[in-house]
Each structure stands twice: as structure tokens, then as C-alpha cells.
Design a protein around this ligand. Structure first.
Ligand SMILES: [Zn+2]
Ligand SMILES: [Zn+2]
Length: 370
């Protein structure tokens, strides 16, 4: 008798918070996986490694911005997998045994779509995200469109393959929206994996980088940042970023960071509305803010201050194939040291991995799926 395939499944949408008294994993369970028949252009793959994204955590906690996800849903959009079977139709050069990572976002691919016509599926108004619109990488096998397959670059491990998607999101932001120059002072707000990746790529571009976190991040995520030479700033409502910058922050060599409490660029990765509201007060005139995070509510911005200081504020959404290629290269060439930030768990411990991620007891959880 063969062992049934398993998947980690979102099934409820209770609002779970520290004060709700509801156990944090109540909306999820591990289920037996049903594999649908392959449709035109689809492939079947064995999942190798899958990363837990902040959005997976938010969906698990029943946050309002993920109410639209149909339940039950096997989540997971950051993964590597090996092709087991090609369905009917054309699959280009793909063959059984190829190891790949999928484009998380699949565009409508209509010629008339302004985003898809320039291959920016991440900006398509009708894009579909694997693991939210259809079952994803927290199943031990997965069915997906071969259009979205990105074969792994030679030298990249399957575990690193699970980090290509989040790193590609940061590549898109830093290559296309940030324009960092050597010697600039950059602050990254938020020390989840997107923040840590942004810090690494800003440093690689020649900036001096500080990263913020909460007291609860001190022992693990800020520590991982410190080990990589970043200035770490623990913020709280009583001791905000702007207060600490105005009071004066120095790097490990005692050199002041920023000028008169202002820096060149801030990259917002926390998703906390107050952090973005505060951000414009710590940027020098004509400086930049890049927003990678999303927010559960509207964010108040002092627009007059924005005008008077001539700031540039840009958003950056997801990534496309081009960014995946750069992200892979950054890992094989070790510009981004994936292993420093990765915590691998076996599939049997997936619930623990989610709990640890939600409670910030790890840096980046990646599940070995089989
Ligand atoms: Zn994600
Ligand atoms: Zn489209």
C-alpha cells in the first residue's frame, strides 16, 4: 500500500491574534492530497523545498487581506520541484526530471493586457498566485502550468530554489526602484526575510545599511543581521526610529549613520502602517522611499512634507521572470548567502515551522517536502 500524499491546508478564516485566545494553528491542517488530472499545458511535479512566506502566515491567522482566498486551499508559492509528468499540449524544452521553481504570479497572458504584453505578469490585474488561487507548494506533489516554470540555474541547490521567489521580489525593488549609489546610508524597516534580503542587496550595491526590528526580533532575526555586519535598530512606540536617528546612531566603527537624523533611502518591509507614516520624516530632501510591504489598512502620509522635501516614494510589486534569473545568480555567486538565513524543517514538523515563523522564532523556514 502506498503512503498517501500530504498537503498543508488552509481551511478556516477565524481572526487569530494574541488576544483572541484561539490557538494560532486553528485555521490550518495537514490533509491527504488529491491530485487532479492534468489539463492542457499542465505538469505534475514532486515538491522538493517550500518556504513559508509572511503572506502564508497572514492567511493562516485569518487576516482580512487574505479573506478572498478560497478554503480549503493547499498554500505555498515559494518552492522548488521536480517534474514527474507532462500533461497534454506543448511544454517547450521541459522534460521529466527537470528541477525548477515556479513564477508565483501567472498573468492573464492576453495581448491587450498592458502588463502581460510586456511580460510583467506581476502587474496583471487578473494575475493568479499559486498557493492562493490554486493549490501550491505545501503539497508533496503539485499541478501547475508549464508556462510558469523557471528551471533552476546550474549550481543552485533545491533548498536555495525555495528562496528564489522572495529574493526576486527584492531584486525587482532594488534594481528597478531604488537606484542605490555606493556610500549612501540606507534603512530597511522590518527584519523578516524580505527585509534581510533587501539589506543584503543594498549592501552589495555599496550602501551602508541599518535594519530595524522589535524587541521580539532581537535574539534571532536582528542577531542574524548583526552577524552580517548590519547596524541593527530595535524600535518600539516609546523609542521610534526617528527619535533614535535624531539622537545619533553610529556604525561599528563609530562613524555617524545618516546626517542630522536623515538617510538617503528607506526600504519599507514591515507592513506596519505607522512605520510607513514615520518613514518620510527620516529621509533627506530628494531622498527615496521604496515600499515592498502591503498593509491591512490605509496608511496616513503627511503629503505636504512629501512635497516640501521633494521625496520620491515608489511601490514595488512582486517580480517577473527576469528578476528570477537575477535572484538565482545572486545565490550561485554567493552575493546573497542563503544558508545564513535559512532554517530547514522536515515536512512532519510543518506545523511547528509555521508556529515558529509566526512567533519570529526563526529567520526563514523552508520545509523539506518529501
Ligand atoms: Zn511570498
Ligand atoms: Zn494580464
Amino acid at each position: 500500500m502506498s503512503i498517501p500524499l500530504k498537503g498543508f491546508c488552509l481551511h478556516g478564516k477565524q481572526k487569530i491574534s494574541p488576544s483572541s485566545g484561539i490557538p494560532i494553528m486553528s485555521n490550518t491542517k495537514v490533509v491527504d492530497l488529491e491530485i487532479p488530472a492534468l489539463k492542457q499545458g499542465e505538469i505534475l511535479a514532486k515538491t522538493l523545498y517550500t518556504g513559508i512566506c509572511g503572506s502564508d502566515n497572514s492567511a493562516s491567522l485569518g487576516k482580512a487581506n487574505f479573506d478572498w482566498v478560497a478554503r480549503p486551499r493547499v498554500i505555498g508559492h515559494e518552492f522548488s520541484a521536480e517534474i514527474l509528468e507532462l500533461g497534454p499540449g506543448e511544454h517547450g524544452d521541459l522534460k521529466v526530471g527537470d528541477v525548477f521553481t515556479p513564477l508565483a504570479m501567472l498573468g492573464c497572458r492576453e495581448e491587450a493586457c498592458p502588463a502581460c504584453s510586456v511580460s510583467k505578469w506581476n502587474l496583471c490585474p487578473n494575475k493568479e498566485i499559486i498557493g492562493f488561487h490554486r493549490n501550491g507548494g505545501f503539497g508533496q506533489q503539485v499541478v501547475l502550468e508549464s508556462d510558469r516554470v523557471v528551471p533552476l540555474m546550474k549550481g543552485l541547490t533545491p533548498a536555495q530554489g525555495a528562496l528564489v521567489e522572495p529574493l526576486s521580489v527584492v531584486v525587482n525593488a532594488l534594481h528597478n526602484k531604488c537606484h542605490i549609489k555606493p556610500g549612501q546610508d540606507v534603512i530597511v524597516t522590518g527584519c523578516g526575510i524580505i527585509g534581510l534580503m533587501a539589506a543584503e542587496l543594498a549592501k552589495a550595491a555599496g550602501a551602508r545599511v541599518a535594519i530595524t526590528g522589535l524587541a521580539s526580533d532581537k535574539e534571532i532575526r536582528l542577531k542574524a543581521a548583526k552577524e552580517r555586519g548590519f547596524i541593527t535598530i530595535e524600535v518600539s512606540p516609546e523609542n521610534s526610529l526617528s527619535t533614535q536617528l535624531s539622537a545619533g546612531i553610529t556604525d561599528a566603527n563609530g562613524i555617524p549613520f545618516g546626517v542630522l537624523g536623515k538617510v538617503d533611502l528607506l526600504i519599507e518591509c514591515s507592513g506596519v502602517p505607522q512605520v510607513l507614516s514615520e518613514a518620510i520624516s527620516v529621509i533627506r530632501p530628494e531622498g527615496d522611499i521604496c515600499v515592498i510591504a502591503t498593509y491591512g489598512q490605509d496608511v496616513a502620509i503627511n503629503a505636504t512634507h512629501l512635497t516640501r522635501t521633494s521625496l520620491n516614494m515608489r511601490g514595488s510589486m512582486g517580480s517577473c521572470r527576469e528578476d528570477y534569473m537575477v535572484a538565482q545568480k545572486l545565490m550561485v555567486t554567493r552575493v546573497f548567502p542563503a544558508e545564513h538565513y535559512t532554517n530547514i524543517y522536515d515536512f512532519k514538523d510543518i506545523r511547528q515551522a509555521f508556529e515558529d515563523s509566526i512567533l519570529a522564532n526563526n529567520v526563514k523556514a523552508v520545509i523539506k517536502m518529501n
